[in-house]
Unconditional design. Structure first.
Ligand SMILES: [Zn+2]
Length: 131
């Protein structure tokens, strides 16, 4: 279950941002963009997040996940379609090779709110994928 390592990565990034901001004592919410194809189960992620937050500046913070639908585009015929689940990665129109994934692999923090309602000055980096 890699949701725990993602939760830990999210917490690490928010802790760093809190350190840079200075004087942050609590985090109100963390908004995460999760692509349909990122292989993350939002419920499992919330569960791990809650567990892993204990004892950090994020304790009690709300995790909000925005699901990004998977979209693919066929290079030979330029047809675009929703990848869906399980993902359909060959062109439904021409069945040709050469599919570009346009979206659906996102996994990044898109917003953080500190306890006083303010937000970090810089945009956090995407969560590195597991190797
Ligand atoms: Zn095609």
């Amino acid at each position: 279950m890699h949701e725990m390592s993602i939760a830990l990565a999210v917490i690490g990034q928010v802790e760093e941002a809190a350190e840079r901001a200075g004087g942050v004592t609590a985090v109100r919410s963390v908004r995460l963009q999760v692509g349909e194809l990122a292989g993350v189960v939002p419920d499992a992620l919330s569960f791990c997040f809650e567990l892993a937050c204990a004892g950090t500046v994020l304790e009690g913070a709300e995790l909000v996940t925005d699901t990004v639908p998977g979209r693919a585009r066929c290079a030979p015929c330029a047809h675009e379609w929703s990848v869906g689940m399980p993902p359909l990665l060959s062109c439904p129109r021409c069945d040709g090779g050469g599919t570009d994934l346009l979206s659906g692999r996102e996994l990044q923090i898109v917003g953080v709110q500190w306890e006083d309602g303010s937000t970090p000055a810089s945009t956090p980096e995407p969560i590195p994928e597991e190797r």
